[in-house]
Design a protein around this ligand. Sequence first.
Ligand SMILES: *[C@@H]1O[C@H](CO)[C@@H](O)[C@H](O)[C@H]1NC(C)=O
Ligand SMILES: *[C@@H]1O[C@H](CO)[C@@H](O)[C@H](O)[C@H]1NC(C)=O
Ligand SMILES: *[C@@H]1O[C@H](CO)[C@@H](O)[C@H](O)[C@H]1NC(C)=O
Ligand SMILES: *[C@@H]1O[C@H](CO)[C@@H](O)[C@H](O)[C@H]1NC(C)=O
Ligand SMILES: *[C@@H]1O[C@H](CO)[C@@H](O)[C@H](O)[C@H]1NC(C)=O
Ligand SMILES: *[C@@H]1O[C@H](CO)[C@@H](O)[C@H](O)[C@H]1NC(C)=O
Length: 487
Amino acid sequence: MKSLKMKRNGNDKKKKDPYCDLSMLLIVFSIVFFGFLSGLLWCTNFYNSQLMKLLVIKNGSYLFDSWVRPPVSPLVCIRPFNYTNTDHVLKGYTDKLIVKEVGPYCYRESTQKTQVQFYTNGTVSYRDNRTHQFVPELSKGKRDDKLVIPNIPYFVALAMVRNLGLFPQITLMSLLNRQEPFPVVKAHDSFFGYDNAIVTVVSAVSKIMNKPLPYEKCGLLLSRSGLSKDRILVWTGETNPELAGQVVNVNGVDTMTAWKARECNMVHGSDGSRFPPTKVGKKEPVSIFSRDSCRRLPLIFDTEGKFQKEIPSYKYTIDPDYFKSRTFNNSCYCTTTSECSYDGVFDISSCADGAPILISQPHFLNGDANLTESLEGINPDKDKHDFSMDIHPRYGLTMGMVSRIQLNVQVKKSDSNRFLALPDGLILPLIWMEISSEAMPDHMFSLIKHATFSVRYVELFLQWQSLILFTIASICFTRRTTAYIMQ
Ligand SMILES: *[C@@H]1O[C@H](CO)[C@@H](O)[C@H](O)[C@H]1NC(C)=O
Ligand SMILES: *[C@@H]1O[C@H](CO)[C@@H](O)[C@H](O)[C@H]1NC(C)=O
Ligand SMILES: *[C@@H]1O[C@H](CO)[C@@H](O)[C@H](O)[C@H]1NC(C)=O
Ligand SMILES: *[C@@H]1O[C@H](CO)[C@@H](O)[C@H](O)[C@H]1NC(C)=O
Ligand SMILES: *[C@@H]1O[C@H](CO)[C@@H](O)[C@H](O)[C@H]1NC(C)=O
Ligand SMILES: *[C@@H]1O[C@H](CO)[C@@H](O)[C@H](O)[C@H]1NC(C)=O
C-alpha cells in the first residue's frame, strides 16, 4: 500500500491526496446532492409522503382491489335483549322489566363497493353492497329462536301521535293498541326483516301518496344489508394524500339538516378505512363519519399496542363525550325531538325521521344510573363492552377494530295516554352489536409488516448513507482546498 502511494505520488506531483482522488466538480456536486438529500430525508417527511402516494385510491393501483372488495370480512355478532316478563309489566303487576341478553347470532359480512365513479377534482363516489352469511359455529342459538322484543313501529307511532289532540290520539291509540307492544319474532327476522302490520299499512299509504318507504319490512339491520341507499363521496388522496378516505359528502349533501347548528350538521370525518397519518402520528383525536347517526363519531387515542403481536399500532377508542349530549360541545345535537335527557345515550331521532331510536354503549356502559332503574338484567363491563380500533401509526390505516354499539328505543307518550303501562321516557334496549375484523389475511399482513419494518430500515439506511456521503464529500472538499492553498 505504502509503496503504491509513493509510486503514484512520484508519478503525478499534483495529486497529493489519494483518498479524495476525484475531480473538484464531482466533489462539489456530491456536497450539493447529498446535502440536499440528507436535508430532505432528515428534516422533512419526504420519504413518507412518497409512500403515502402509493396509498392513493386509484383504479389500477396495488391496493385498489382491496379497497373495492376488502379482503377482511368482519364478523357481526348480534346480542338481542329478550323481554321475559312483559305480561306482568303490561298488566301493571310490576314496574321492573326483566331483560336477558341472548345470542350471539353471528354473521360474516362481506362488502363490495359498487357504482364506483372517479371525478376530476380528486374524489371518488361509491355505494356499499353488503351481504350477511350466518355463522352457526360462532353463534349461540339458532336463526329461528323465538324472542320477545319491543315492537319498534309501535313505539315510533306512539311517539308520533303524542303531539296530536286528545281525540285523534285516542282514536289512533285504540287502533294501535290492537298491536302487541312486545311481539314474538324469530331472531334472524328481527334483524333482517319481518312483516309488521304497522309497517305494511304505512307502506301502503305512502305508496298511494307517492312517497314509498325505503323498506316494507321491519328489521334492525335492514339498512345495513344489501345495496346501501347512500352514495358516499370521499377524497382519493390524489390532491392531498393526508385527506384520502375523508368523506366529502353523502348523496351530494355536505351539510345535513338534522341538528341545530352548522358545526353539528357538517359532513366530515373518515370513512373508517384510514385516518390522516399526521394526526394519528401525533395521537390527536380523529373521527369517522357515521351515516346512521348523522354525525361524526369522535375517536381518541387510548394506548399503544401491537397489532397481531407484531405491528406497532395505536389503539383508539370512542370519545366518552360522544354520549354526553348535555355537555356544551354537544349542545347543538339537542333538538325538540332529540331531547338529550340522559348521559350515556345519543338520541338519533332527529336523524331517523323522528323514530325514537338511541345509541349507547352495550349495557349502557358509562351511562346515567337512572337509565337502568326500571330494568333488570343490565350488566355493563368495560372489558366486554368497550370499543377499540387499531390504527397504523405511520400510514393511518385501520388494521383492526372491535366496534360495539347498542340500539335502544324510547317510550315517548303523552301524560293522558293510559293505553300503555310503561312510563314516558323509559329507554328499552333492543340489541347490541359487535363488529370485529378478525385476523388479517396473510398477504395483507406481510405487506403492512414490510411497509412498517423494511421501509423503516431502508429509510434509516438512506438517511445515514446520504449523511455519510455528504460528510465525506465535505471533508474531501476541505482537504483539497487546503492542499490547493498550501501549494
Ligand atoms: C378500472 O379500469 C378498468 C380498465 O380501465 C375498467 O375496466 C374498470 O371498470 C375500472 N374499474 C372501476 C371500478 O372504475
Ligand atoms: C325469550 O323469552 C321467551 C319468554 O320468556 C322465551 O319463551 C324464549 O325461549 C326466550 N328466547 C331465548 C332465545 O332465550
Ligand atoms: C368534486 O366533484 C364532485 C362531483 O362533481 C362534487 O360533488 C364535489 O362537491 C366536488 N368536491 C369538491 C370539494 O369540490
Ligand atoms: C350485491 O351483492 C349481491 C351478492 O353478492 C349480488 O347478488 C347483487 O347483484 C349485488 N348488487 C349490486 C347492485 O351490485
Ligand atoms: C370542547 O371542544 C374544545 C375544542 O374542540 C375543547 O378544547 C374543549 O376541551 C371541549 N370542551 C369539553 C367540555 O369537552
Ligand atoms: C337521573 O338521576 C339524576 C340524579 O339522580 C337526576 O338529577 C336526573 O334528573 C335524572 N334524570 C332523569 C331524566 O330522570
